[in-house]
Design a protein around this ligand. Structure first.
Ligand code: BES
Ligand code: MN
Ligand code: ZN
Length: 506
């Protein structure tokens, strides 16, 4: 990840290898955003006409490069599109974040970049944060597995310097620290999601969580397959049984100074999902290396919370297993006794996420947190309902609204979905306490069935939210804004935003 720094040196005097400025859609064509004035002056007022001449319109996602031909200290200027300003002349923080990300993506191969995007709304902390966060997130590259094809590829930007009004201001400096912590956390989750499943079994995912926890000063504990058997974690063991690679349950604990509230976190860590005996079709099965995105996000979010010193207590329970159709695999028809004693009739081994999550939720609730939040790549139905960029939130209404609001602030869209009462009777089992899926093979509302199943394992009175990230945690399409192809880091920044809200407001 690039380093992030601040400077008071105005754009026109910048000595960076490239300078990023904002361009917006005005009433009568493109306009320069605040921050580029001194550069325009150095260029004799010709900056905007030159950008227009090469096709700039100011729309979101647009990146236009221009040589300054000796008129300014900086050889290249990059105009990043911000779209239309609102009535007060302000740009949404997400527009700034995306513009910053698109610019650093387009600047691969340029070592040092300066940016005036933190100034486009005047000089406020939120905009500086967004400009920094977007720039860092956009500079992501996953090169660990390029052996012979590395040569000739451009290295991501190594240093980003934000032009601000007062580089020594306390809030501005805090904004840099926060952007750096959030981008590092998102990048950790991206790296883990992108790591191939032959190098990331439950044991390796647990080790990655341990390393991250150690670096952040977070307490780490792990239950191996023997401890899981002793503890009666039937759901995790059932799924893990089909694989030669044993399951794990990881605990990360953080205690915030002056903490007045607490949260339990749970994240789905299926390191590869073949479907098990109810095996998936082969097309696209490779994408199931990302079935641990919830686990990766929870681990990264706890570490970011510790980095930021948030004033709340966190206990994160992260179940990890590989869903394989081995000779000892669990089968449709099995009845599994879960942690806490509830019995589940298995009907489809591809609904493995809810099996490992139910155990972890019951365990997490034993810590008596004030809130419980779980995230998982749980259902294909989430993608059908909300697509590839909007995650679904289910559970306690007030908590779901706070998750939605946190997603809005972080630029990770979330939409609240219901858990209707009639869905519950659809998972009554004729022989066990509950069915794993709808016994009538009713395919309707698969996302809500999964959410209803999970909620069944959470004690009454504990505010619980389930975030289904099946689509948004992985981008199979072209990069956009600050979002690369592959692991996106969703919902790391939303979890941190939510915890900041809980720490501040209870
Ligand atoms: N990991 C999958 C869900 C998934 C699908 C995530 C596509 C990302 C992209 C999950 O374990 C699964 O297989 N769910 C099944 C449940 C069904 C058998 C009730 C599904 O959604 O089809
Ligand atoms: Mn599955
Ligand atoms: Zn799965």
């Amino acid at each position: 990840m690039p380093t992030l720094a601040l400077t008071d040196t105005v754009a026109g005097k910048s000595r960076a290898a490239a300078l990023v400025i904002g361009i917006a859609k005005g009433e009568d064509g493109p306009v320069l955003a605040t921050g580029a004035e001194s550069l325009d002056e150095a260029m004799g007022g010709k900056l905007l006409p030159a950008l227009i001449a090469v096709g700039a319109t100011g729309k979101e996602g647009e990146v236009t490069k221009l040589a300054t031909l000796g008129t300014a200290g900086v050889p290249v200027v990059v105009a990043a599109g911000l779209g239309k300003a609102d009535e007060d002349g302000r740009f949404r923080t997400e527009s700034v974040r995306r513009a910053a990300g698109a610019a650093t993506r387009a600047l691969s191969g340029t070592p040092t970049v300066a940016s005036t995007l933190g100034l486009v709304n005047g000089d406020d902390e939120a905009t500086v944060r967004a400009a920094g966060e977007g720039a860092l997130l956009g500079a992501y590259d996953f090169t660990r597995y390029r052996a012979l094809s590395q040569n000739g590829r451009k290295a991501p930007v190594a240093k980003v310097t934000l032009v601000v009004g007062k580089s020594r201001d306390r809030l501005t400096r805090a904004a840099v620290a926060r952007s750096t912590a959030l981008a590092a956390a998102a990048d950790l989750a991206r790296d883990l999601v992108n790591t191939p499943p032959n190098d990331l079994h439950p044991v390796e995912l647990a080790a990655a969580a341990r390393d991250a926890a150690k670096a952040a000063g977070v307490r780490y504990a792990v239950l191996d397959e023997k401890a899981l058997a002793k503890g009666g974690f039937g759901g995790i063991l059932a799924v893990g049984n089909g694989s030669a690679n044993p399951p794990r349950l990881v605990l990360l604990s953080y205690r915030g100074a002056k903490a007045k509230t607490s949260i339990g976190l749970v994240g789905k860590g299926i390191t590869f999902d073949t479907g098990g005996i109810s095996i998936k079709p082969s097309t696209g099965m490779n994408l199931m290396k990302s079935d641990m995105a919830g686990a990766a996000a929870v681990v990264a979010a706890v570490c970011a919370a510790a980095d930021l010193g948030l004033a709340l207590d966190i206990d994160a329970w992260v179940p990890m297993a590989e869903n394989m159709p081995g000779g000892n695999a669990y089968r449709p028809g099995d009845v599994v006794t879960m942690y806490g004693g509830r019995t589940v009739e298995v009907l489809n081994t591809d609904a493995e996420g809810r099996m490992i999550l139910a155990d972890a939720l019951v365990r997490a609730a034993e810590d008596k947190p004030a809130y419980l939040v779980e995230t998982s790549t749980l259902t294909a139905a989430q993608v059908v309902a909300l697509g590839h960029r909007v995650s679904a939130v289910m559970g306690d209404e007030a908590l779901s609204r706070r998750v939605e609001a946190a997603g809005e602030r972080s630029g990770e869209p979330m939409w609240a979905m219901p858990l209707p009462e009639e869905v519950r009777s659809g998972i009554d089992s004729p022989i066990a306490d509950i069915s794993q899926i709808n016994a009538m093979w009713d395919r309707g509302a698969g996302m809500l069935v999964a959410g209803t199943f999970l909620a069944e394992f959470v004690p009454d009175g504990l505010p619980f939210a389930h975030i289904d990230i099946a689509g948004p945690s992985y981008n199979s399409f072209a990069p956009y804004g600050y979002t690369p192809q592959g692991g996106t880091g969703v919902p790391v920044r939303t979890l941190v935003e939510l915890m900041e809200d809980l720490a501040a407001n209870g």
